[in-house]
Write a protein that binds this ligand. Structure first.
Ligand code: MG
Length: 464
């Protein structure tokens, strides 16, 4: 009888613990690289860049092979991730300028709901560490977009160039003449400039260390950290500890420093007992900046890179980690950075806004139950114009256009070019003639999308 009582008590305690665990909302950390390509990590096949921490993260978690950024360049891609919406809806995509500049007048409209604002409604602590690029004026900074704390450079690390040297001189490789002082980029804490020019040699490790401190300080609350590295966007900078260490050269050095920071963050979560209740995601804002040759990354077997609507422009590594919670797998279902908005909202118990169209699906069933992804399609915009669309395995290009002087002139395709991305990830073999039914299906999908689209007012067009 006594044994039975102890047994029942144990069951009761265990189920109480389980329900408490279910009630405790998870922490979220997004680690977002800048211009890192699909082929740049060890776990995605790079032969000489060593990324042991990201490789382990992928092995212990899920490695997605059809995971997309929301756009092929910085500003719209970041807006998409944080709002769960195609940037054309928020006005953060433009036919005039592709990104924001230090003399841009505007930024992310206040009417948009960021992931941080969303998670704050259910009591999360929130921090943005790193590159922002959604408006540098005070009203557009992270602290006015749902983040309690900001530490970082508000735009790209090549902006605010100090004149006197040809822009293209900066990209010669190897080149020790590139100095952090050649760029007058500010480093902000909250809304105040604390360093100018920002010392970019040490910025990667400083960002990772900020995240480590933030985790330790906020371990008793649910938290959301958005770590957006400025690198490996060009110009490349690396701290002394990593300089000259990678077999891949300077670009590899930079990635290995980012990877080292990932290792520190995961170790901290384990040491603090938070690993099982934290979801960590690693991805990148867009593909590699190929015209910079040895200083640019690699899209691996994908075609083209940053700025284009070929796969190399928008398909990215997507690694999800939460030991014991996420089922380890290699996932070839389709996902997007825009899906994090709904996925995290559902996990945190935050109600989704019902006054706007979201382009965001809950990836929870794939992450936790190994079910199919609810996302079946991707619409590829360049600025405010649809260039291509994917449904299932098939992708139709309505318009193709090179970028940064590479990959040819703008060309409209009627009928569109069609590829089966599962059979032909490098987009080499047009099969449109054999699959009129797929072209019809994709045309219907795009027509449906357009019929409901209300484009936001262009926030990128006006400059001082
Ligand atoms: Mg970028």
């Amino acid at each position: 009888m006594k044994n039975l009582f102890t047994f029942l008590l144990t069951i009761l305690c265990f189920s109480t613990l389980q329900s408490q665990e279910k009630q405790s909302p998870p922490n979220f950390i997004i680690i977002f690289a800048d211009d890192l390509g699909y082929g740049d990590l060890g776990t995605y096949g790079h032969p000489t860049i060593k990324t042991p921490n990201l490789d382990r993260m992928a092995e212990e978690g899920q490695k997605w092979t059809n995971f997309y950024a929301g756009a092929s360049v910085c500003t719209p891609s970041r807006a998409a991730l944080l709002t769960g919406r195609l940037p054309v809806r928020s006005g953060m995509a433009s036919s005039k300028h592709r990104v924001l500049f230090p003399d841009s007048k505007n930024g992310l409209p206040a009417s948009e709901i960021t992931m941080a604002e969303q998670l704050k409604t259910v009591g999360y602590k929130t921090a943005a560490i790193g590159k922002w690029h959604l408006g540098h004026k005070e009203q557009y900074l992270p602290t006015n977009n749902g983040f309690d704390y900001y530490f970082g450079i508000p735009y790209s690390n090549d902006m605010d160039k100090i004149s006197g040297k040809d822009y293209w001189d900066y990209w010669k490789q190897p080149d020790d003449s590139i100095k952090t002082e050649h760029f007058n980029v500010p480093l902000l804490r909250n809304t105040k400039i604390i360093e100018r020019p920002a010392n970019q040699n040490t910025i990667t490790t400083r960002y990772s260390d900020e995240v480590v401190s933030y985790i330790k300080q906020n371990k008793d609350n649910p938290f959301f950290v958005y770590l957006a590295h400025n690198l490996p966007h060009i110009p490349l900078f690396v701290s002394d500890k990593f300089k000259g260490k990678s077999e891949r050269g300077l670009y590899g050095d930079v990635l290995e420093e980012i990877d080292n920071g990932v290792g520190k963050i995961l170790s901290t979560l384990k040491e603090e007992g938070l690993a099982e209740n934290t979801i960590v995601v690693f991805t990148s804002d867009n593909g590699p900046w190929l015209p910079f040759k040895l200083n640019g990354g690699s899209a691996g077997l994908l075609r083209a890179g940053k700025g284009s609507t070929w796969e190399g422009g928008m398909r990215e590594p997507g690694i999800f980690w939460s030991p014991g919670r996420i089922k380890p797998a290699v996932v070839s279902d389709i996902g997007s950075t825009m899906d994090l908005f709904t996925t995290f909202s559902k996990m945190a118990g935050a109600e989704l806004p019902n006054d706007r169209i979201l382009d965001s699906h809950d990836l929870g069933p794939v992450l936790f139950e190994q079910k199919e992804s609810a996302r079946k399609s991707i619409i590829y915009y360049r600025g405010t114009e649809i260039y291509a669309a994917r449904f299932g395995d098939y992708k139709a290009h309505f318009i193709t256009q090179g970028v940064y002087g590479q990959f040819g002139e703008r060309e409209e395709h009627n009928p569109p070019i069609l590829y089966n991305l599962s059979h032909d990830p490098s987009e080499q073999f047009d099969i449109a003639a054999d699959h009129p039914e797929m072209l019809q299906k994709i045309n219907e999908l795009v027509a449906e999308h357009k019929s409901k689209l209300v484009a936001g007012e262009d926030q990128l067009a006006d400059r001082e």
